[in-house]
Design a protein around this ligand. Structure first.
Ligand SMILES: [Zn+2]
Length: 356
């Protein structure tokens, strides 16, 4: 009942924080794994899910390990990456998502390394080939399924040697790539932050007039957010639940209208919200009228849709109005060019009214 209510109440959605390389269909993983002879003991969606889906609270690090199980299916294969990106468009469209920013790591899907992280073996599918392939698939997918998609390229915290190439790919593909991100396990860059490649990459992207978002304070303290905002000049924060640990930071979030890309289901399963559903940080953000959005994060391992996340947000205590506001917040904090952003907001106004 609640699902139907949510689906009909929020027919048009905007999503800012979803890892496309963590949003593969389970059936596609099973199909491609079979054709490439990968992932033992997963010949059905059910057996695959038993290996990779989280249903109980765990840790962020454990969640990231799930990627190691299914990512080899896509990494290093042009056809598989194309299918991943194309189906992503269809899945978003089926959920009523009008505009989505799809983030991924070009390096984790490539195989031009002596020892690729996920690809089963080295090859000639480079990070640049990944971005080209994703771009082609998204172009076709957005046409076929009538949605708008922009890309965010991810640096990975524990692979700083990739970050400068991520920045140059952002610049080269700026017609479809709108921003850079840093993802992966949460830890500070360390004392020598001025020479940190992530920071240099963010600076290069900023100088080129592109946008920045950073995963921060998801499971670690608000010091991560100080680094993201003051060192990386991030305009948005992925998660940011632990901003509540530091009143000075939280007041800054409210005052400067820093956008927090929150992910309700993810926050429970990664340990981002240690109290579970009670006293959830997202409820506080909503009550304090912070600038936040609701997102899925990693549907492959969390087995969720945006509707599931809206339902979970309601269990935290958010009202329908809070959710509508979060959709408008997402549109206004999107990295679309201003004219396109206005159009998106006007589409939302047609559905939800002008009071948001
Ligand atoms: Zn994320």
């Amino acid at each position: 009942m609640e699902r139907q209510h949510i689906a009909s109440k929020f027919p048009v959605k905007v999503e800012l924080h979803v890892h496309m390389d963590g949003a593969a269909r389970h059936q596609t993983i099973v199909d491609v794994a079979a054709s490439r002879g990968l992932i033992p003991h997963c010949d059905t969606v059910q057996t695959l899910k038993q290996q990779i889906v989280f249903s109980k609270p765990s840790t962020l690090d454990r969640l990231l390990q799930s990627f190691a199980t299914f990512s080899p299916v896509f990494a290093g294969s042009r056809d598989a990456v194309y299918r991943l990106a194309y189906e992503f468009c269809e899945d978003c469209s089926l959920q009523g998502i009008k505009y989505v920013e799809a983030r991924y790591s070009p390096h984790l899907l490539a195989n031009t390394f002596e020892k690729p992280v996920y690809a089963p073996e080295p090859g000639n599918f480079s990070p640049r080939d990944v971005v080209t392939t994703v771009g082609e698939a998204l172009q076709q997918g957005t046409r076929d399924f009538n949605i708008q998609v922009k890309e965010i390229l991810c640096c990975i915290r524990n692979f700083p040697e990739w970050s400068l190439e991520v920045a140059s790919l952002c610049r080269e593909f700026r017609s479809s790539v709108v921003a850079i991100d840093v993802a992966g396990p949460e830890f500070l860059s360390g004392k020598d932050a001025t020479q940190c490649p992530h920071k240099l990459a963010f600076k290069e992207v900023e100088d080129a007039g592109l946008h920045r978002t950073a995963h921060a304070s998801e499971v670690r303290s608000s010091v991560m957010m100080y680094e993201a905002l003051d060192e990386y000049h991030a305009e948005r924060i992925g998660h940011g639940y632990r901003s509540l640990d530091c009143d000075k930071m939280y007041q800054r979030v409210l005052k400067e209208r820093i956008h927090l890309e929150t992910c309700p289901i993810s926050s429970i399963l990664t340990g981002g919200a240690p109290n579970g559903k009670s006293n959830h940080p997202i409820l506080r953000f909503a009550q304090d009228k912070a600038n936040f959005s609701l997102n899925t994060d990693d549907p492959t391992v969390l087995d969720n849709t945006l509707t599931d996340d809206y339902m979970t947000a309601k269990e935290f205590g958010l009202s329908d109005d809070h959710i509508t506001q979060s959709i408008f917040n997402a549109a206004r904090s999107s990295f679309l060019p201003e004219a396109e952003k206005k159009l998106l907001v006007s589409e939302l106004v047609k559905v939800y009214g002008a009071q948001w």
